[in-house]
Write a new protein. Structure first.
Length: 147
């Protein structure tokens, strides 16, 4: 788990390619820890740090993760099953990693208009009272655009 994430540069749409919407998708988000805000910046210059706020030109939005915190159930209650039967119709276990989607259409349009072809993503985690917390963990990040 980390309190800051910096991605490799993601490919942006071609300048002439029309799109209606752009989403930044975080897969496999661990929400077993505390609740936090993840502030997302796309295409920021090197040197961006935790002090960047929602007024920063690269700010694309925030993802809020409602954390589970410590377990209050019986022994084994919070153990995620190692595998599930494909015919098991029950809802997923409450601590299975999830997916978070952040719509970033305006930010991506601004970057494309500025003739950018790639942009990195920076994420800063803020816990209660804005304190840094090492609680961000996910498996994959993807930029999706929709025609």
């Amino acid at each position: 788990m980390v309190d800051r994430f910096h991605s490799k540069a993601l490919e942006l749409p071609e300048p002439g390619q029309a799109f209606q919407r752009a989403d930044l998708v975080f897969y496999g988000v661990d929400h077993s820890g505390p609740t936090f805000e993840a502030r997302v910046f796309i295409g920021a210059k090197r040197g961006i740090d935790r002090s960047a706020d929602v007024e920063h030109p690269a700010y694309a939005g925030s993802v809020f993760v409602f954390g589970h915190g410590r377990c209050h159930g019986e022994a084994g209650h919070c153990d995620v099953p190692a595998e599930r039967d494909p015919f098991d119709w029950r809802l997923p276990h409450h601590l299975e990693p999830g997916t978070q989607i952040l719509t970033v259409t305006d930010t991506v349009r601004q970057l494309v208009a500025a003739k950018k072809t790639k942009a990195a993503v920076d994420v800063f985690v803020h816990g209660p009272q804005g304190k840094a917390r090492k609680c961000l963990a996910f498996s994959r990040l993807r930029l999706l655009t929709y025609a």
